[in-house]
Design a protein around this ligand. Structure first.
Ligand SMILES: O=C(O)c1cc(=O)[nH]c(=O)n1[C@@H]1O[C@H](COP(=O)(O)O)[C@@H](O)[C@H]1O
Length: 230
């Protein structure tokens, strides 16, 4: 049994590119993430090929707006049959509660996870943002806010997963910023290997470029899974 789920981020420009990529991907990938790039290009229709293939869908729109807008967006998106969605924890309690309420009212409620600090930010960036906590402190404070507002878990780098796992034993912990030791980090700043993320308590690992842009996506995904499962 896998210790955590691997989610492949379909960060491609359009449906045609997605179809081409899906043809290259191994059948054993159960989860795909559709993010802002693909969803802005194609809208909800882009989810259909994934549903037809029986895949689980993580719709990553990172919602952050006034409570009513976010609640209605969650409700509308959930009607398209997605399994997991993102909101930003810094949207605050009323927004998070409204998102959780909207999800719960759906026929097939998606799980919601709240972004604490994007993996493209480092402690240095907190100075510009006027945040005087460490990244780990921020994760726990925003995690407490999210969980007490009815959200199912957090999106965080693997480096904060342990403190979050200790504080919230039942929470979903979704960790992007996953790289093999020799991997190109690109725009990510807080990166970790698949095995480290799992050891720290992650339940879902989001991996994009290291698999999607690999010459051999099956080999890349297999290597990631082997590392995850030790
Ligand atoms: O919510 C996310 O999925 C997310 C949160 C975060 O803090 N950092 C982050 O990289 N992501 C997403 O995870 C994926 C990471 O892609 P790669 O860096 O190519 O593996 C991208 O689709 C990002 O949008």
């Amino acid at each position: 049994m896998n210790k955590a789920d691997l989610i492949v981020a379909l960060d491609v420009p359009n449906a045609e590119a997605m179809e081409a990529k899906l043809r290259e991907m191994p059948d054993f990938i159960e989860w795909y993430k559709v993010g802002l790039e693909l969803f802005c290009a194609e809208g909800p229709a882009v989810l259909e090929p994934l549903k037809k293939r029986g895949k689980k869908i993580f719709l990553d729109l990172k919602l952050h707006d006034i409570p009513r807008t976010v609640g209605n967006a969650v409700k509308t998106a959930a009607e398209h049959g997605v399994n997991l969605m993102t909101v930003h924890a810094i949207g605050g309690r009323a927004m998070l509660e409204e998102a959780a309420r909207a999800a719960a009212e759906c026929e097939h409620p998606p799980k919601l996870v709240a972004v604490t600090t994007l993996t493209s930010l480092s402690q240095e960036d907190f100075k510009d943002l006027g945040i005087n906590r460490t990244v780990a402190e921020q994760a726990v404070e925003l995690g407490r806010l999210a969980i007490s507002s009815g959200i199912d878990g957090m999106v965080t780098s693997a480096h904060e997963a342990k403190v979050l796992r200790d504080a919230f034993p039942d929470a979903l912990l979704v960790t992007p910023g996953i790289r093999m030791p020799e991997g190109d980090v690109g725009d990510q700043k807080r990166v970790a290997t698949p095995s480290f993320a799992v050891e720290q308590g992650a339940t879902h690992l989001v991996i994009g470029r290291p698999i999607v842009q690999a010459e051999d996506p099956t080999a890349a995904a297999t290597a990631m899974l082997n590392d995850m499962n030790g």
